[in-house]
Design a protein around this ligand. Sequence first.
Ligand code: HEM
Length: 412
Amino acid sequence: MKGSVDFDPYAPDIVNAGPKAWADFGRQRPLCHYRGKFDFYISSDYQDIKSGILRDNETWLYSKGTSPKMLDPRLACGMMTDPPHHHGIRAIVQRGFAPRRLERLALEIDTLMDELIDAMLAMPETQGNFFDLFAMPLAARLMCIMLGAPEGSYRLYKDWADDFMYDIFNNVSDSAEAAQKGQLMAESLALLIANRRNCLEEQGVEPTLEHVGTLLPDDFISRFICDKVDGRYLTEWEIISLLLSIINGGNETTMNLICNLLWRLLENPELWAAVKAQPALVPLAVEESLRFDPPVIGMFRTTAQSTELQGEIIPANTKVMYNIAAANRDPAVWDNPDEFRLDRELATLRQHHVSFSGGSHLCLGFGLARMEVRQVLEKLVVRLPDLRLIGEPRRAPGFNFWGHDDLPVAWD
Ligand code: HEM
C-alpha cells in the first residue's frame, strides 16, 4: 500500500515506541508520503535504502540538508556537500581517525571511564541516572578531547548540539534561541581556531600536518587548520562547519548507543549474565544494539530530479527520510527481527544493518563509536557487575534520535 497515511512521526506514542513503531509501519508501507508538521516521504524498503538512496548521490542530495528542512545554501560547505567535492573533505576527517589516533583515544576512554566509575562508587547512595553519571560525560568529554575544545566545557557543547539537532528535525520555524546558541558555538570554535593559528604564527611556520601532534596538539582543530583539500587550506567557515558536523554527529548518537545497550542487557538479566560470563560476546552485543535500537532512526536526503520509488514518482526537490529502524528489522534480511539476541552472526550484523548509514556518507565516527562502546561494556561487567535497572528509562526528546536521558540504575 502506498500514498498518504495517518502515520505521524511526531505523535507521542510513535516517538515513545521508537524503532519498533518505525519497523512495523515500514513493513506495511515501504513508501509513504507524510504531510503533517512537515511534508516528506518516508522510504522503508531495505533495498531502496541500501542500494538506492545511500548509493546514488546524483539523485539523493545531501547538500540540501539531512533534516526535513532545506539547508540554507550558504551552509552547504564542509561535510554538507555532495561527491565529488565531498570525497576530499571526508579524507581530511578520516585522517583524524587513523589507527594510531584511535589507540591513543582508547587510553583516554579508559581513564575517563575509571574516573566516572570511581565517582559513582564514592556516592553515598548506590543508585542514580546512568546517563548523567556515565554515558553523557564520557561521550561528551571525549568529544572535547578529540576536537581540542576545553574538556570542562563538555556540557555546554553537548547542550548546544542537542538544541541544534532538536531544532532542525522537530521545529518548523527556526527557533531564535537555537540560532543564537549555534552562533555562540561557532564563535567559541572560531576562538579556538584563532589560538592555534597564533601559535603557528608565533613560531613563524606555515600550517602543515607535521605540526599536528608536535607544535600543535593532535586533535581535529589542529588537523583542519593544517590539512588541505584540492591543494588549498580549508576556509574558516569550512573548518567551523566540519567541527560542528563532528560535534552534532558524534555526541547524542554515542550516548544513545551506550544507554540503549545497557538498558536491553539489564532489562533481561540473563543477557547481562551471559555477557559477564563471556566477555567475547561484547562486540556482538554492541552490534545487535545498533541494529535493534539504532541511535538514529532515520535521516533525510533531497531529490535532485523526479525519481521513482516503489512505483511512485517523487518530484524533484522533495525531502525523503530513509527509515533505518525498518531496514534493520526487515524480515527478509533478519530472522526474528523484533528480538534482541546475542546469537546472531557478527559479520552478518555488521554487513547488513544501516545504523551508520552507508555509501558516500557512511558515518566517519563508526570505528571510534564501536571501540568506545565495546570498552564501556568490557569495563562495566568488571567494575559494576551488579548493575541493575530500578525504573523505567525516560525517552530523550526528538523523533529521529532514539535514546534515553534517564536510565535509573543501582549498584553494590
Ligand atoms: C553510535 C554512534 C553513531 C551513530 C549511530 C552514527 C550514525 C551516523 C549516521 C546514520 C550518519 C549518516 C547521516 C546521514 O545519512 O545523513 C552519520 C554520519 C556522520 N557521523 Fe556518525 N554516528 C555515530 C557516531 C559518530 C561519532 C562518534 C562521530 C565523530 C566523532 C561521528 C561523525 C559523523 C560524521 C562527521 C558524519 C558525516 C559523514 C559524511 O557526511 O560523510 N559519528 N553518523
